[in-house]
Design a protein around this ligand. Structure first.
Ligand code: AMP
Length: 187
């Protein structure tokens, strides 16, 4: 199963992704985690993208597509992957289609986590205090929500028109949101 977790920053894609990936027995790929690891280790790629990351901007599509192509070629990704935080732009979505088609696969479902914006800001601000992510400053949080609205939200109609988008009300109890998601997926 090739599954995309979709939603704004702070919607709980990471948390729900862990639960889902375990339940479904497929690997979770988080492009945000891959970017954070590269920035932390100051790899050449990490140094190239650090300023985008710190300001809450998207890193260039070409960088992300290189990472994804590499992950899709891993043996453990052959039967399915749960994509968290990817795709985030229309060109990225078109590229996923291409990369999967080349492997005889296609996106099966897109799970969209819906959370009101004032709760997102609260969650992201709370996480900033707990985890100290360098992109959880108030300016970067504002920027990430703006980038989401402008560049990522259009993907919703892209997938809705294809009939593969399902919406989950992602507020309240974490385990309950997980159960709702599995139910919608028929698992
Ligand atoms: P996340 O942890 O998914 O919220 O991602 C954190 C940051 O990593 C984003 O603000 C971007 O700078 C970068 N990033 C993660 N995924 C992508 C993506 N698919 N396209 C572009 N930038 C990304």
């Amino acid at each position: 199963m090739f599954l995309i977790l979709f939603g704004p920053p702070g919607a709980g894609k990471g948390t729900q992704g862990e639960l889902l990936a375990t339940h479904l027995g497929i690997p979770k790929i988080s492009t945000g985690d891959l970017i954070r690891a590269a920035v932390r280790d100051a790899t050449p790629l990490g140094r190239e993208v650090k300023h985008y990351y710190d300001q809450g901007m998207l890193v260039p599509d070409a960088v992300i597509l290189g990472l994804i192509a590499e992950v899709l070629d891993r043996p453990e990704a052959r039967e399915g992957v749960l994509m968290d935080g990817f795709p985030r732009t229309i060109p990225q979505a078109e590229a996923v289609d291409r990369l999967l088609a080349e492997r005889g696969r296609a996106v099966d479902r897109v799970v969209s986590f819906v959370v009101p914006e004032d709760e997102l800001v609260q969650r992201l601000t709370g996480r900033a205090a707990e985890q100290g992510r360098s992109d959880d400053t108030p300016e970067a949080i504002r920027k990430r929500l703006q980038v989401y609205r402008e560049q990522t939200a259009p993907l919703e109609s892209f997938y809705r028109s294809r009939g593969i988008l399902v919406e989950i009300a992602a507020t309240g109890d974490i385990a309950e949101i997980g159960r709702r998601t599995l139910e919608v997926l028929g698992r």
